[in-house]
Design a protein around this ligand. Structure first.
Ligand code: XMP
Ligand code: MG
Length: 184
């Protein structure tokens, strides 16, 4: 879905399809250099990371495997506890693998902090993070993605995998929602 198809729903476009494509090409080139000769496993976090995974992986020029996890927060308490529930676990064994977690966005950073230590505890040789977007709050968390697309303001964004109530994931760009959509 393109901007012209979204009516009045989008307040502002942050990154176009071309912006995203160019940024991912740079990230992919860096990842290809860093993982040359290594056993690379990309772990995508469902559902938000589907687009990043599809496009970033195709910019990577070294062999890799792909796997997926789905996680969910334990409601409101998660903000403080950072406890996450696994809805769908990996099919691959991560022991001795070089894992690169692929995510759409780091907000508080709690999800990725938990996921990283979970995968490390399973004996991965290394666990790094590639995230398309990062919000300012994440900077306060003790987690720094090795590969990052864009730092964005503290606004709710949709598109390119990111949803509002499961909608807008298929936008080919990233933008902010008009307040009328969420009753503002
Ligand atoms: P934490 O706070 O653990 O959360 O870093 C990351 C997850 O929160 C969701 N999230 C968003 N989803 N637009 C979205 O569609 C946003 O602006 C946004 N901010 C956070 C997302 O699921 C992410 O994986
Ligand atoms: Mg997500």
């Amino acid at each position: 879905m393109e901007l012209k198809d979204t009516g009045e729903d989008i307040a502002r476009v942050l990154y176009t399809k071309d912006d995203i494509d160019r940024r991912l090409a740079l990230m992919g080139a860096q990842i290809s250099r860093d993982y040359a000769g290594k056993d690379l496993l990309l772990v995508g976090v469902l559902k938000g990371a589907i687009m990043v995974m599809a496009d970033l992986s195709r910019k990577i020029s070294v062999p890799l495997k792909m796997d997926w996890m789905a996680v969910s927060s334990y409601g409101a308490s998660t903000k403080s506890s950072g406890v996450v529930r696994i809805l769908k676990d990996l099919n691959e064994d991560v022991k001795d693998k070089n894992v690169l977690i692929v995510e759409d966005i780091l907000d508080s950073g709690l999800t990725l902090t938990w996921l990283k230590s979970n995968l490390e505890a399973r004996g991965a040789a290394s666990v790094r993070i590639a995230a398309m977007l990062r919000k300012p709050e994440a900077v306060k968390a003790d987690i720094v993605p090795e590969y990052i697309g864009y730092d964005i303001p503290n606004e709710f964004v949709v598109g390119y995998g990111l949803d509002y109530a499961e909608h807008y994931r298929h936008l080919d760009f990233i933008g902010t929602l008009a307040p009328h959509v969420y009753g503002g």
